[in-house]
Design a protein around this ligand. Structure first.
Ligand code: PLP
Length: 393
């Protein structure tokens, strides 16, 4: 079979891959604890589910909405941005998409040409680089400092005439890094000065812990906000990964191009999900806070336990999202394997714990463990990893 050059370049998602394998083992009766997954384990809050049920019962299902989303949903998003970020957008500045993943995909399709370069931190979420390649561009992983943050020094080393976009993801998957307002201001100004557009992937924005404050590039003044394409959605904060609602907020010029692409590709996201998202954005946010507190408790419990595992070193305590990203170079030496992906295999097959190889995020010698799993399972999983490692000492 002859495939397109684009298709030949794309690699299947490692995070989805490991998670599917773990799920298959569980279906076959093997007691695997899945820390590979990037989805909250909470059920979607009732007020949101009820809005969707009402939409079905009132027949709000048998029509297409505008490809870029229901006007009421766009108004709910604009109001949510105003409440959360204190920044004003107009409904014409919003496109609703099938999850934040599609939001990012369509941005790349709208803005990236053959030969364009898109900067992103090393490490960063698996899909950015693949989406850039699918658009014909070149992903450039930018070195980060000891806190896993991009600095203007590292940006100066890679910028050139082909640089088109810079992706900032704070809190960051897979490290849980959160940028301060001053850091965002500096990076944002650098981008403005170099005529580089910014993507603020704020999907984990509501999940910050232990007094850490969340800021976004859109809060760094008018000029930076104008150069920023905001991506957010309901998956992580409202425990709605399965509903597939995300959005883009940007200047109208970018939005109308995105809307044209959406109208010929996905069409509108599921109408029922859009009604659910209206309820999510308009809800009083108490359930978001309850879930945030649960994640915080898990982080504070599991972080010290994982640090005690022989050969596992967490260089920075995460401040947001729901991942831990230990360096496992020493663990690889102890076990006698050459790569972190071999360690992933052993952990899955022998310790029955699924984790993701850091190589998927551009940094081998690391693992990503998600704590979007119940506390008891988390404790058991870390115990299993500890027992597995101790066995090799
Ligand atoms: N951005 C980041 C950094 C993510 O980790 C994810 C999901 O794992 C997404 C975007 C996409 O989220 P969704 O498509 O579920 O809204």
């Amino acid at each position: 079979m002859k495939f397109s050059n684009r298709a030949m370049q794309v690699k299947p998602s490692a995070t989805v891959g490991v998670s599917n394998r773990a799920k298959a083992m569980i279906r076959n009766g093997i007691d695997v604890i899945n820390l590979g997954i990037g989805e909250p384990d909470f059920t979607t809050p009732k007020v949101i589910a009820t809005a969707a049920i009402d939409a079905i019962q009132h027949g709000k299902t048998s029509f297409y909405t505008p490809a870029s989303g229901l006007p009421d949903l766009k108004r709910a998003i604009v109001d949510r941005i105003q409440a959360d970020y204190h920044v004003n957008y107009a409904p014409e500045q919003i496109s609703v998409t099938n999850g934040a993943k599609m939001a990012l995909y369509v941005i790349m399709q709208a803005l990236v040409d053959n030969g364009d370069e898109v900067l992103m931190p090393k490490p960063s979420w698996v899909s950015y680089s693949q989406q850039v390649s699918l658009a014909g561009g070149t992903p450039i992983l930018v070195d980060t400092n000891a806190e896993f943050k991009i600095t203007t020094d590292s940006l100066n080393r890679v910028v050139n005439d082909h640089t088109r976009l810079l992706v900032i993801n704070s809190p960051q998957n897979p490290t849980g890094t959160v940028y301060s307002k001053a850091e965002l201001q500096t990076i944002g100004q650098w981008a403005v000065d170099h005529h580089v557009l910014l993507i603020a992937d704020d999907i984990y924005g509501k999940l910050v812990y232990n007094e850490t404050k969340f800021y976004s590039l859109i809060q760094c003044g008018k000029q930076i906000a104008k150069s920023t394409i905001l991506v957010n959605g309901v998956s992580k904060a409202y425990s709605m990964t399965g509903w597939r609602i995300g959005y883009v907020a940007a200047v109208p010029e970018i939005i109308s191009k995105i809307n044209a692409i959406l109208s010929h590709s996905t069409g509108n996201p599921a109408t029922v999900s859009q009604y659910a998202a209206i309820a999510a954005f308009r809800s009083d946010q108490t359930e978001v806070e309850t879930m945030r507190q649960a994640f915080e408790k898990r982080l504070n419990t599991i972080y010290p336990l994982l640090q005690q595992v022989p050969g596992f070193h967490i260089e920075q305590k995460p401040e947001g999202a729901f991942y831990l990203f230990p360096n496992v170079e020493e663990a690889m030496n102890i076990v006698g394997v050459d790569t972190s992906s071999q360690l992933v295999e052993l952990l899955l097959n022998e310790a029955h714990v699924a984790v993701v190889d850091g190589g998927a995020f551009g940094m081998s010698d690391y693992l990503r463990l998600s704590y979007a799993t119940g506390m008891e399972d988390l404790k058991i999983a870390v115990k299993r990893i500890n027992t597995f490692m101790t066995h090799y000492l």
